[in-house]
Ligand binder design. Structure first.
Ligand code: 5RP
Length: 224
C-alpha cells in the first residue's frame, strides 16, 4: 500500500469517531483531506448532522465545496473532536505540525477540543522530533531580527517561501522553519519559543493529543 492509500485509510477510519450532533474540528493537509471527504460523504449519504470548524482557509474552501455545514471558532464554545494530520509524532506522543503552514489555527482549534485525534501514515512516527523542520509563526515586524536570534542560537532558521516571496500565513504572519535535527527536550523548547517576543505560535504540539491513528501496510493501528 502506498503512502496516499495509507492516508486515505486513516482518514476514513478517523471519521468513525464523529457522531450526530458533534462540533468537529477539521484539520489541514493531504491526510485530513481524506477525512473531510469521508465526513462529507456521511453528511450526504447518512444524514450525519454535524457542524465543522475549520483550521485553515484551504480547509474552509474544501469543506464548503463538499457541503459540510460550518461555523467559525468564535461561534462555538468548544469543539467535541478535532481530527488533523501531523508531520512527526514521537514515541511519547509529542508532535510537530505546521508543514502546511496552518499551525496557528490548528493549535487554536485543538486547544478548544475535548478530544484531539491525529491521523498519519507510518512514516510520521519517529523516536525523536526534529528531523522535520520546526515551523515557528512570527509577526512580520522584527522578523529579520528574530531570524538572526535563531541563527545565533544555532537553530538553522529558514524563512518559509512561496515562489520567490516569504509565505504569509492565513493569520497574516511569516513562518521561520528551524532545522534542529533532534529535539531532545520538546517541552523546554516549547516554553522557550512561547516566551520569545514576536513569536505568535510554534509547531510543537506537546501533551495535546488523545488518539493517534497510524496507517501501517494492511492495518490501521489506534494508539491512545
Ligand atoms: C498543516 C499540518 C498538517 O496536518 C501536516 O503538515 C500533515 O500534512 P499531510 O497530511 O499533508 O502530510 O500541520 O499545517
Amino acid at each position: 500500500m502506498n503512502q496516499e492509500e495509507l492516508k486515505k485509510k486513516v482518514g476514513i477510519e478517523s471519521a468513525k469517531y464523529i457522531k450526530d450532533g458533534m462540533i468537529v474540528g477539521l484539520g489541514t493537509g493531504s491526510t485530513a483531506r481524506h477525512m473531510i471527504e469521508e465526513v462529507a460523504r456521511r453528511v450526504r449519504e447518512e444524514n450525519l448532522n454535524i457542524v465543522g470548524v475549520t483550521t485553515s482557509n484551504e480547509t474552509t474552501k474544501l469543506a464548503k465545496s463538499l457541503g459540510i455545514p460550518l461555523k467559525e471558532i468564535d461561534e462555538v464554545p468548544f469543539v467535541d473532536v478535532v481530527i488533523d494530520g501531523a508531520d512527526e509524532i514521537s514515541a511519547d506522543f509529542q508532535g510537530i505540525k505546521g508543514g502546511g503552514a496552518a499551525l496557528l489555527f490548528e493549535k487554536i482549534v485543538a486547544s478548544y477540543a475535548k478530544r484531539v485525534i491525529w491521523i498519519v501514515d507510518k512514516s510520521k512516527m519517529v523516536n525523536y522530533l526534529g528531523e522535520f523542520p520546526l515551523p515557528v509563526e512570527v509577526v512580520k515586524y522584527g522578523s529579520e531580527n528574530l531570524f538572526r536570534l535563531f541563527e545565533d542560537k544555532g537553530y538553522n532558521p529558514t524563512f518559509r517561501m512561496n515562489k520567490n516571496e516569504k509565505l504569509t500565513t492565513d493569520g497574516g504572519h511569516y513562518i521561520i522553519d528551524l532545522h534542529l535535527g533532534k529535539i531532545k527536550e520538546p517541552l523546554a523548547l516549547s516554553d522557550e519559543l512561547s516566551k520569545t517576543v514576536g513569536v505568535v505560535e510554534h509547531g510543537l504540539f506537546t501533551n495535546m493529543v488523545n488518539v493517534v491513528i497510524v496507517g501501517k501496510e494492511e492495518v490501521v493501528e489506534t494508539l491512545v
